[in-house]
Design a protein around this ligand. Structure first.
Ligand code: CMP
Length: 140
């Protein structure tokens, strides 16, 4: 099915100047960037975005990292976009990420892991609405 997913290029990858290279991987895989913005997240925004992880031991480090610099936030659209994006990203921990994936190539650690992508249809819808008004999404 034609899907949309939320993608974030995290502060480590923005600082490494690989935003364009990562966009290129999305496009070569048939995913279309239908919305995008750069943003330096506030603590409140980062905490709200990752609210599902609030009780996890890594929550504070994750929020600190996500507010350490600007991020690039995108909506990707395409056939099976949610799974396709997760395949392009590779495993959460770059040590486990398959060769040729974004995390294998650009991530340094499980926190500084270059990208975020929605994990399911319901979270994709929530995450897209968290950052974009429908008037900011340009489909076709
Ligand atoms: P992300 O897809 O953005 O979702 C939550 C993030 O928490 C994850 O990527 C990792 O960067 C970070 N994180 C840190 N430690 C862990 C862990 N043990 N398990 C899952 N995510 C972790």
């Amino acid at each position: 099915a034609l899907e949309r997913t939320l993608s974030i290029i995290k502060p480590d990858a923005v600082a490494k100047n690989v935003v364009g290279e990562i966009y290129s991987r999305f496009e070569k895989a048939g995913l279309k960037i239908v919305a995008c913005k750069m943003k330096h997240l506030s603590r409140r925004e980062a905490e709200g975005f990752y609210a599902v992880h609030r009780e996890r031991p890594f929550f504070n480090a994750l929020v600190e990292f996500m507010i350490s610099g600007p991020v690039s936030i995108q909506v990707l659209e395409g056939e099976g976009a949610i799974l396709k994006n997760r395949e392009l990203m590779g495993a959460t921990n770059p040590k486990d990420a398959a060769p040729g994936t974004i995390r294998a190539d650009f991530a340094d650690s499980i926190d500084a892991n270059a990208v975020h992508g929605s994990d399911a249809a319901e979270t994709a819808a929530q995450e897209i609405a968290y950052f974009f008004a429908s008037t900011e999404i340009f489909s076709r």
